[in-house]
Design a protein around this ligand. Structure first.
Ligand code: PBG
Length: 330
């Protein structure tokens, strides 16, 4: 086929971009409300929602406003909600006791949301200790102050049981401890929770973009997470984490953050036969909101563009703080 006639191109891709209807027809990827999962924070002991300054539009919910947010998400067609509990400061300790207390805020929130929406919305919970420890790490520390992998696994097993007892559909182990998926699967199976699924945080990078999340869960992390979360310089390592998580029983896998790791997401998505999620995290949200607030970018277009990019890279499910808003628009 000839590609040009003199100065005239023989092939004109622009023909398929001429009208909105034409562009809609030939779109290769489209977002659907059921692609979206809403991450939500619930704080113990507050009577009003508390705004998160680095995440304009996102709050630490009260028990009541969380129930409302769950209903709104459901009505908008969102697929699921990922819950994070923020315990009272005085209850946090070195072991992260609120995380395994059946009456800890996360367990209470799971029961609240379950009572409100039942099985209509997929209820997911963060399975990690950082929201509950006074030092802010995702696990318990050894005598030298290092995060003790195997001692942490015992805590995760207990967390899995109390979250499942509270009625959660999916647990999301996010601490990046070796062996966490296998231990959580065993704990669920041994306590009669064979039907509770595991969304494994498979490729989770030590990212600067978690910054606003620290405020969201009231965490004052001492040090950093570089001995357990992955180095941003690594891609092959994610394939190793993926193989381990699948062998240990992950039902779904996740890449996090999303935008700076679309190559990782694309590679994971083409390598597996389980559903793949991506988490558009707090700092990704904050970047767009801050630039938009300054009038530097078109907020709504930027949001859709990021989400479409994440879907194009291979995500079946996207966790995003804009879930309800975007689902309403779609
Ligand atoms: C760990 C966890 C974190 C996030 C989700 N689960 C924080 C971290 O690993 O440092 C971050 C989510 C976000 O930034 O939006 N419990």
């Amino acid at each position: 086929m000839s590609t040009t006639y003199g100065t005239f191109p023989g092939s004109r891709p622009r023909r398929l971009r001429t009208t909105p209807a034409m562009r809609r027809m030939v779109a290769e990827y489209r977002l659907h409300p059921s692609d979206l999962i809403l991450p939500a924070f619930v704080r113990e002991g507050v009577s009003e929602p508390v705004p998160i300054s680095a995440m304009p539009g996102v709050v630490q919910h009260t028990r009541d406003t969380l129930r409302k947010a769950a209903v709104e998400a459901l009505e908008a067609g969102v697929a699921g909600i990922m819950l994070f509990g923020v315990p009272e400061e005085a209850k946090k300790d070195a072991l992260g006791t609120p995380g395994t207390d059946p009456d800890g805020i996360l367990q209470v929130a799971i029961r609240d949301v379950k009572a409100e929406v039942g099985d209509e919305l997929v209820i997911m919970s963060d399975l990690c200790l950082d929201e509950s420890t006074d030092h802010g790490h995702c696990g318990v520390l050894d005598a030298e102050g290092r995060v003790d992998n195997d001692a942490t696994l015992e805590r995760y097993a207990e967390m899995a049981q109390v979250q499942a007892d509270a009625g959660v559909h999916v647990v999301g182990p996010s601490g990046m401890m070796d062996g966490q998926v296998g231990v959580v699967r065993d704990a669920l199976d041994q306590t009669g929770h064979e039907d509770v699924s595991i969304l494994a945080y498979t490729a989770k990078y030590a990212s600067a973009f978690y910054g606003p999340f620290r405020e969201a869960v009231g965490s004052s992390l001492q040090g950093d997470r570089k001995t357990y979360q992955q180095d941003p310089a690594n891609l092959r390592e994610s394939m190793r984490e993926l193989a381990l998580d699948l062998a240990e029983g992950a039902d779904m896998v996740m890449v996090k953050p999303a935008l700076p790791y679309l190559d990782v997401l694309a590679k994971v998505a083409e390598s597996v036969d389980v559903p793949v999620a991506a988490y558009q995290i707090s700092g990704e949200y904050a970047m767009v909101e801050a630039a938009a607030a300054n009038g530097w970018i078109d907020r709504d277009r930027a949001i859709m563009e990021t989400l479409t990019g994440i879907k194009r890279a291979g995500a079946n499910m996207i966790l995003t703080y804009w879930a309800t808003e975007v689902a309403r628009q779609l």
